[in-house]
Design a protein around this ligand. Structure first.
Ligand SMILES: Nc1ncnc2c1ncn2[C@@H]1O[C@H](COP(=O)(O)OP(=O)(O)OP(=O)(O)O)[C@@H](O)[C@H]1O
Ligand SMILES: [Mg+2]
Length: 484
């Protein structure tokens, strides 16, 4: 039997309407179900009930509830099996097991399998309200966090870039102010920091934004062909010049020429480029007369040009010409606060690209990313997340999906502490689990366990029997892996 859903409309705060929380209760005892329904609807929760495991699982897959109340002992599929199936379907569901009598064995197993709480019948209205209220608040908080995260990401986009850190907000601001006026600009920054994206943004926001954006990668051009590549040539200018050819400078006429890795440009070409910039004229190799051009030039480098100037490898006059406007793109290490946003941005992109239902990272994976120094900057982060999304099995990328260079082979970067599920638990939950483990070891003898733990027997009672396996005061238990 499946009862239809309805929300008790009385006294609902806006949060209830914006973030409805659904509870599915599965119990073969109709009377218990009635109790859950009455109590929880009074709390503003949407309650759906099922009297069989099959109907219950059907409701879970259809309705995607945030909370499931699950009777441990039912005919047919047992509660433990159903618990596993529910968590396999949606690992973030709070499943609360209900049992006729307290048993350490089943409590331990329930935790191990990922249950969020464990209630013993007879259940008082007060404790049901209190426990479920806490989980419902947590579910609303998660939904709110998710929504804020999505809005933040949207608000943190600038052209093709993502960033909300003060250093990146400065970069965006500089681009916005400079773009309408610049004729030449120099972008500096380490490898993979986004220099090309900055150049593209400058171009797009400039008055020539609809013109060509022509890329010349100085490190990829053979030295002897450089001038012909950049300035073009006329037929017969040199052996092999069988016809007239337009160079990149002319191709960028009415738009922008992007000189990537400008530090690799030969000195003779540098001199000719400077002349072109000053006169806005280009002379094809072998040509007698120059042609007028109108273009913006953006150069980028990850090399120290000042040092190259000192060693006479780069022309000082060209440097001054280019760097009238200079934009320094910070390393990822200097904007670590952007890491969650960038991660979310890339995960969304690769999930769509690979057609996978990936929604975020496990807390363990997030920690691994946060602890890594990112020498290859955003490009390295992008590559790491691309491969992780390819490997990820479920809806969350785990530390195991990340490359070994980040995890040290086992989610362990500095060799000091290994990250396990327990690392992400609130202290109260760790205490409870430890107490349960000791209790199990001594065959359930509470006096004996209390002696080993060095606490009073009454304290052990409280630890085990009070808010059993609740989420404690910490943020979230380990397996409740929030979205990025
Ligand atoms: N702020 C950002 N938001 C989103 N993606 C970014 C950002 N910065 C860089 N990327 C991505 O990271 C990669 C590297 O960026 P880009 O090629 O612009 O860096 P670069 O500084 O030119 O690197 P290199 O020095 O290696 O040439 C690109 O795929 C780019 O799309
Ligand atoms: Mg580049």
């Amino acid at each position: 039997m499946i009862n239809g859903a309805s929300i008790a409309a009385s006294a609902l705060s806006p949060a209830f309407e914006v973030f409805p929380v659904t509870v599915v209760a599965i119990d073969d005892d109709a009377e218990s179900l009635e109790l859950y329904r009455d109590v929880l609807r009074g709390e503003g929760l949407r309650v759906l009930t099922a009297t069989s495991p099959e109907d219950g699982m059907g409701l879970v897959t259809r309705e995607r509830p945030q909370i499931v109340l699950l009777d441990l002992i039912m005919p047919g599929v047992g509660g433990m099996d159903l618990l596993e199936r529910i968590l396999a379907f949606e690992p973030r569901t709070d499943v609360i097991l209900i049992t006729g009598h307290y048993s350490t064995e089943s409590a331990v197993e329930a935790i191990r399998k990922g249950a969020s709480d464990y209630l013993t019948k007879p259940i008082s209205v007060g404790s049901l309200r209190e426990r479920l209220g806490r989980f419902a608040d947590e579910a609303r908080r998660r939904q709110l966090g998710h929504r804020l995260g999505a809005e933040l990401l949207k608000a943190s986009r600038f052209e093709e870039m993502v960033g909300a850190s003060p250093v990146m907000v400065d970069v965006f601001d500089r681009i916005r102010r400079v773009a309408p006026h610049f004729r030449s600009a120099l972008i500096t920054g380490a490898t993979g920091t986004g220099k090309e994206l900055v150049a593209r943004a400058l171009h797009r926001l400039s008055p020539a934004g609809t013109g060509n954006f022509v890329v010349c990668n100085a490190s990829a051009v053979v030295e002897t062909l450089f001038e012909s590549e950049l300035f073009g040539h006329v037929k017969g200018a040199f052996t092999g010049a069988t016809q007239d050819k337009e160079g990149l400078v002319e191709h960028a006429h009415g738009g922008t020429l992007f000189l990537d890795e400008v530090g690799d440009m030969p000195l003779t070409t540098q001199a000719k480029l400077l002349r072109t910039l000053q006169s806005q004229e280009v002379q094809r190799v072998g040509a007698v007369t120059p042609r007028k051009v109108d273009l913006r030039v953006i150069a980028a480098t990850n090399r120290g040009l000042a040092e190259m100037i000192a060693q006479r490898q780069f022309r000082e006059d060209l440097f001054y010409r280019l760097s009238m406007v200079q934009i320094k793109v910070p390393s990822l290490a200097a904007r670590k606060e952007d890491l969650p946003l960038l991660t979310r941005h890339f995960v969304e992109r690769f999930a769509a690209e690979f057609r996978k239902p990936i929604r975020g990272l496990t807390p363990r994976a997030e920690i691994v990313l946060a602890r890594y120094p990112w020498p290859g900057n955003i490009r390295q982060l992008e590559n790491v997340l691309a491969s992780a999304c390819m490997l990820a099995d479920g809806e969350l990328v785990d530390a195991a999906d990340l490359p070994e260079e980040l995890t040290g082979g086992q989610g362990n970067i500095d060799g000091e502490d290994t990250i396990t599920d327990e690392t992400m638990l609130p202290l109260a939950e760790v205490e409870r689990r430890h107490a349960l483990r000791v209790l199990r070891l001594v065959g359930g003898n509470r006096s004996h366990a209390a002696r080993i733990l060095g606490i009073h027997r009454a304290t052990l009672h409280r630890l085990l029997d009070s808010a059993t396996f609740s989420t404690g005061s910490g943020p979230e238990p380990a397996r409740r892996d929030g979205p990025v």
